[in-house]
Design a protein around this ligand. Sequence first.
Ligand code: 26V
Length: 821
Amino acid sequence: KKAKATNTVALSKDQFKDAIVKHLRSTCGTDEARANNQAWWKATCAAVNELVFERLTETSKANAEKDSRAVHYLSLEFLMGRLTVNNMHNVGVFGAARDALADLGKDVNDICDEEPDMALGNGGLGRLAACFIDSLATLNYPAVGYGIHYEHGLFRQEIQGGRQIERPDSWREYGNPWEICRPESIQEVPLYGYVETVFGEDGKMRKVWHAGRQIKGVPWDIPVVGYEAKTVNVLRLWESKAADFFDWDVFNAGGYIDSQSEKSQAEAVSKVLYPNDESEAGKELRLIQQYFFCACSLKDIIRRYKRNHSDFSQFSKQAVIQLNDTHPTVAIPELMRILIDEEGLVWDDAWAICKETFAYTNHTLLPEALEKWAVYLFEKVLPRHLEIIYEINRRFLEDEVEAKWPGNDEMKRHLSIIEEGETRMVRMAFLCVVTCFKTNGVAAMHSELVKEDLFPEFYELWPERFVNVTNGVTPRRWLLACNEQLANMYNETVGTDWPLKLDELKGAAKFADDAKFQKNFMAIKREKKVELADKIEELCGIKVSPDAMFNVLIKRLHEYKRQHLALLHILALYRRLLENPDYDMGPQVFIFGSKAAPGYKLAKDIIYAINKVADKVNNDPRIKDKLKVVFMPNYRVTLAEKLFPAGDVSLQISTAGYEASGTGNMKFALNGALTLGTMDGANVEIREEVGDENIFIFGMDCDEVKALKAAGYNPWDYYYGNPELKAVLDWLETDFFTPGAPGELASIKHSLLEGGDPYLVLADFESFTTQYTAVDVAYRDQKKWAKMAIINSASVGKFNSDRSIEDYVDRIWKLEKVMPN
Ligand code: 26V
């Protein structure tokens, strides 16, 4: 067996045991006899950290010595989940830790279950950031993730009487062993106030921003451990605190109470992650959050740059800043402000640097998700930044738009960074595209729509700025750590390099027809289904058979993701079973996991409807357990790690043209589920990889969606045109699922008829149910199914986030790998 990197057998079982026992005593202040599981977990983390911190120091030393170009990934969200098992795998001590704990009478799973999820993100966008920093470290690229150290991550979801209740999430209530506070790198952030124009001795005009308030940013570093790599990068998260001097001034003047209120206002900035909720858009505190972490991060980047440089001529050579959606866009005027007002550069030089430094990733085409900030809010919170945005806009319109479309005022209005109207708004995406040297979409199809539908005129101006980087997921978390059984099978089949070179799984495809291989593959799937069935019984009190087909739909709740389309299909199946007890269908379980934004009424109604239908279906003896419906509460990364390996059918049923990429689709395929999906986002590329015969595609494609909308879509035509569809929609208005309370589920029907069905649920219903019959038939041929599942799992090497990162490096970041000693 060829020699592995030094860290793969970093510690023996006995060494690890000693380390745990040592930390139980010296770090946790207890001992083997008295320790509870939380202390065992913290001691285990401390033992792992001995290895992690060493490499962290080595990495920052190597980067400083080589003065290497680095990417700075700015994101309001990093959905990290748990770190312990992942870090143990990545430093190569998982086996040693498991065996050491076993010797000490502890089960590694029980101990690691003590760790709360780090849920500092909403969904796809935040989880992508987490996969990307894992890949950056694994590939030995110099990189820093910058974000906010939220005290509360995404809310915890409870289900009461079928309805979603939001509870606060407190991930670090009892301390988190993975974070390191760095008081030596604290930054100050100004806010509010006014701008003064001053003329210097030389007659030159300068702008001075007199801030009305100052808060401080305290950095917390989370080590990001690369797999089998020497690199440990950092995720630096900023916590807001009251500025020291501010407190003292008020305190000395006798204003102790006032100083306390100042303190809580400052601390409010990093208190809580915003859920992606329309009702939360445009809130002042959110803008302050954005500015706060951008300002801290830029100061941090500049401080590091200045260690080796005395002017800014090399800045854009040393630093590239990736904006994860428009949320950190205010970093653009902030860098302009620093360069001009504080560093004394002239506009053109500052602008040249900004244009070479920033790149922007778009993650959504939904108009309501495209960020806009009211001009008056900007003026109040960031008066100097508004001036700078105006000037960027003036030059853009007068120089570039005028040159391309001379005298065309309509075009100027259309492309202006400032939207005119009753409330004037700053269009953040326009500011990004005007500034950034690259703008990318997150899947091939999405990137085309970004050019053609979202920014067509900008594409005409600067076609070279638009690129695609298809998303990916880290195979370390989404196969190696979450599906040990399948990981081991692949180790034996294709060798142990696949967690780095996921394409090597292709070597297993030649066994897709092999009866023994199929049997083993399906046995693993069954084992994961048994584990999930146990979890379902524990959490929901519902018994499901692991021999039924597991249909899984897990993602944030949104009309465009069409969970209600799946619900209508379930109702149709239920109705068929009631009408004909011999209806030919294999046993099926539908499993949902989803959080709704707290202010999104219809989304919450859909959760309620799923739960009410589940109550009825699961307890109806007439259908003889042929159909079960499960809604798993509090869907999050840790639950996802149990769901992806257990799925037979991966539901990816968004209206074509609306899901930018999807990443759950990739995790399912990797774990051997077959996709039932639309031609949307990355489904299109998954189909290319696995082959048309190994995926179930249904519904209208993007062009058909556009054509139907243009022709004037009328959902009533489908309602009257399909008796089964009419019957299930009418069913929702009765009290069949909500005894004594008719109409409780009616809002869904109304949104699909009177509401105009904006996401064409009714138009795709028939195609969906028809294709589902094909899925059911295919599943009942277990040999054929096994073959298809194997081909799926073996064919999705493209969706390794390492490949995504190499694409970013090639097309945008241009980094060199740095190997620490
Ligand atoms: C919007 C808002 C608006 C109000 C305040 C908080 C907030 C937070 C996030 C968002 C936009 C989220 C956009 C997003 O998550 N897009 C997803 O990105 C994934 C990674 O690229 C992609 O796979 C999904 O298809 C896409 O929906």
